[in-house]
Write a protein that binds this ligand. Structure first.
Ligand code: BTN
Length: 227
């Protein structure tokens, strides 16, 4: 895999979009000036964190299997964090928490043609040694805080790249979830509702029992989760 290292950029995901010929690249930046989060939000990307985007191209990769891409990178992040001695948990669909606080977010931007994914840009931001803004300190954490060690972002990058080359299953993904059978809060554009989380389907939808006792399978595009 080719690795492109940048001092800074607006967003490593956007940098990948202007790479025309490369097909297996990781773009890493020391900081991002306009880091992007999911659902149109921004992602704080100060010096000391790992900001990396993987650019992949596919032939005949069915769009309905998009979740497989996400599973692979989420599990790779968890294995990377475990290798530093912390215990990660996936907050469906693709946040990774340690001790209840977010340590990593993932933004996947896919390009489609004829119901197939032709290009996938998987952008991963891991808090390593970056100093979190005051307003995030209650909900986010860093690898440095969790291990009480200063860990080089390059070491995290190298381990992540290595783990991302392996293949993982939905069962591997679910092994990082401990809230099945428990109450969670679903955050929808209409507001928040309580539900019991049951399972993650092979297509990535979260199966829940809603407040009326009805089984629902929800997609992460519509709904976020609070544990
Ligand atoms: C989220 O938690 O909302 C997703 C955050 C994704 C952040 C990463 S950092 C590398 C890549 N470049 C971006 O602009 N975003 C992703």
């Amino acid at each position: 895999m080719k690795i492109i290292e940048l001092e800074e950029t607006d967003s490593t995901n956007d940098y990948c979009k202007q790479l025309k010929d490369d097909c297996n690249v990781a773009v890493v930046a020391k900081l991002q000036k306009r880091g992007k989060g999911t659902k149109g939000r921004s992602f704080v990307s100060d010096d000391g964190g790992l900001y990396i985007s993987f650019l992949r191209r596919f032939e005949n990769f069915p769009a309905e299997n998009a979740f497989e891409i996400m599973i692979n990178y989420c599990v790779a992040v968890c294995k990377t964090l475990e290798s530093f001695g912390v215990k990660p948990q996936i907050r469906w669909a693709n946040d990774v928490l340690v001790n209840g606080k977010k340590i990593c977010g993932t933004l996947i931007e896919n390009t489609f043609k004829d119901n197939c994914i032709t290009r996938s840009i998987v952008g991963i931001g891991i808090n390593v040694n970056n100093v979190l803004p005051e307003e995030l300190k209650d909900i986010a954490t860093t690898l440095c805080e969790q291990t009480e060690k200063n860990i080089a972002t390059e070491e995290v990058r190298d381990r992540l790249i290595k783990f991302a080359e392996e293949s993982y299953s939905v069962e591997d993904y679910k092994s990082y979830i401990d809230y099945f059978g428990r109450e969670v809060i679903l955050k929808t554009p209409q507001g928040e509702t309580r539900a019991i989380a049951l399972d993650v389907e092979p297509d990535g939808r979260l199966a829940v029992i809603d407040g009326n006792g009805v089984l629902k399978k929800i997609s992460s595009a519509e709904v976020g989760l609070r544990l």
